[in-house]
Write a protein that binds this ligand. Structure first.
Ligand code: KG4
Ligand code: ZN
Length: 340
């Protein structure tokens, strides 16, 4: 196959990103322009503002990705662009740009599933897991467990019934008046707190199934704050630590249980929440205890980026069951009926 150099584009939420990846594994460049500052005052991502900023940034971000890879547009063999899930207006910016770029250069392109992008992010570094492996995707919008048998054959074993893990971090940060996004602030604060001073519930649901629920935990934190209105601010670090411990315990339990049930030796933690050090340590330790090996992407590959999209596009282009892009294709806000 003549496809070697892929331009990846990502614009599903609040990051405009572009990357050049060679042979699905070598990152020649990865540029991420974050909109965090723009959405910060609103306490969450404002879709209309996100779309506008993507429009402003898409050309400079793609230009920078090509430039720092040391190639010009004509050397790109194919384009891989996020098709969904995500904010429709935001997705459309990258998707239409990617389509047009490929059309102008008369090269193939593929629409890539953002979640499969995260799952494949572990192959951009070595060592990487061997198939089949269990992937836990924990981000702002999803908390899903997968049984992965190839780069493009991915079975969802379970998902959250309500809030995603990252969303719970964001909401607890908001309750404590710490702004948006909350993951990093809560984990920094938690490192100064005692996780055992306050006890929050752990929602395992059915221990033999791989679904999640974080809304009960979120309500418990809220109740604690309301019933300790005079003192909660001085206990913020302990609240953060106790909340984080609850999320970490449940996620660790489920990823290991899934690996044991499916008889996988390897587990991978991906998505924005994979940046959480406590969770990384807990999963690594627990995997060791059960004779398993945990794979954790470096921090740049945990959050949204386009290298994972380019790499996944490379695998789609080798799988005849994945459609090559045509101009009639559209974005999707929620995963189609592929059990995601
Ligand atoms: O994958 P991602 O960048 O975007 C989505 O596709 O959602 O994930 C963003 C989420 C946010 O909810 C953010 O609070 C969370 O990842 N996050 C963290 C940490 N860093 C980011 N959660 C816990 N601990 C962190 N250190
Ligand atoms: Zn993501």
């Amino acid at each position: 196959m003549g496809i070697k150099t892929i331009l990846g584009i990502e614009s599903s939420c609040d990051e405009t990103a572009a990357s050049v990846v060679e042979d699905g594994i070598t990152i020649l460049s990865s540029v991420v322009s974050s909109q965090v500052e723009i959405h910060h005052p609103y306490g969450g991502v404002v879709p209309e503002l996100a779309s506008r900023k993507h429009i402003e940034m898409i050309v400079p971000v793609v230009s920078e990705a090509l430039e720092s890879a040391g190639i010009d547009a004509k050397q790109v063999d194919a384009v891989a662009v996020t098709q969904g899930p995500g904010l429709v207006g935001a997705l459309l910016v990258g998707f239409c740009f990617g389509k047009s770029f490929a059309y102008a250069l008369d090269i193939p392109w593929v629409g890539v599933d953002h979640l499969e992008g995260h799952i494949n992010s572990v192959f951009l570094e070595s060592p990487s897991p061997e198939f089949p492996y269990i992937a836990l995707l924990a981000s702002g919008g999803h908390t899903n467990l997968y049984y992965v048998t190839s780069h493009t054959h991915i079975e969802c074993l379970g998902q959250t019934f309500d809030d995603a893990a990252g969303e719970a971090f964001d909401k607890v940060a908001k309750m404590l008046g710490l702004g948006y996004p909350g993951g990093k602030v809560i984990s920094d604060l938690a490192s100064r707190g005692d996780p055992d001073k306050i006890k929050f519930p752990r929602s395992y649901l059915d221990k033999n199934e791989f679904n999640f629920s974080f809304s009960g935990l979120k309500s418990a934190v809220n109740r604690y704050i309301q019933t300790h209105a005079d003192e909660y601010q001085s206990q913020a670090a302990d609240i953060a630590a106790a909340f984080q411990a609850s999320v970490v315990d449940v996620l660790t339990y489920k990823i290991i249980a899934a690996a044991r049930e499916k008889k996988c030796q390897h587990v991978a933690l991906v998505g924005g929440v994979a940046a959480n050090q406590q969770l990384r340590d807990s999963i690594t330790e627990s995997a060791q205890k059960y004779g398993l090996k945990a794979f954790l992407p470096s921090l740049e590959l945990c959050g949204d980026n386009a290298a994972m999209i380019a790499a996944t596009g490379y695998y789609y282009l080798q799988d005849p069951s994945r459609p090559v892009g045509d101009l009639g294709m559209d974005v999707y806000s929620r995963a189609p009926n592929r059990k995601k």
